[in-house]
Design a binder for this molecule. Sequence first.
Ligand code: 13P
Length: 251
Amino acid sequence: MARRPFFAANWKMFKTIGEAVAWGRTFRELTRDVADRDLVAAAPYTALASLAAEVKGSNVGVAAQDVYFEKEGAFTGAVSALMIKDAGAAYAIVGHSERRRIFGDTDASVNRKTHVAIANGIIPIVCIGETLEEREANQTFDVLDRQIKAGLDGITGEQVAALVIAYEPVWAIGTGRNATPQQAGDAHAHIRSRIRQWFGGDAADAVRILYGGSVKPDNVAELRAQPDVDGALVGGASLDPASFFAIASRG
Ligand code: 13P
């Protein structure tokens, strides 16, 4: 069965509540007749509830950009899965390379966050990807293997089938230097083959694998032409709703 395409906007640390709501209003209008793909916007925590209220009843879903793995307690600054769900998020990005590099997320914490998201009915968008140094040292597949194995440790095949993986080569994020379709296609094929090996054929056939890193309206089609690229996770080019709509409809 064909996998349903999936396009997610990752706004990162951009947009006030008012800006988020305005984006949601424009985007829901633009996508009113789009029913054949999943469309998601990952907003800052502060804008989740307002954005969710704005896009309620539309084809647009809401994601948090992270989630903490503890249920509740003395964890100043952290936000739980229950809290983001309560705010209207159906998805959470987990293990984005910026969280790993700047905020100290590890494969182990990514794994705990993935578990807690699933346990709370939140669909995790699990990010993996190699640095430039790792690619140049021919370690790309080793890094992906480690991130998949550790990040999805203890997750069942059935749960893997329902989650989303984002392959984001770190050297392509925010640099304007996107992976070639061949590079993306090779990485995605590798990821799906490992999912098949470790979680079974049903999981491999169902899991959506997104490409992320300098995706733009004019390069999304060639990336999506790769058989294992099921959609995109878009940073900079998602901040403008018309630009993200162009990506989601051309891809
Ligand atoms: P850019 O699209 O700005 O390169 O960011 C990609 C990304 O990190 C999405 O999560």
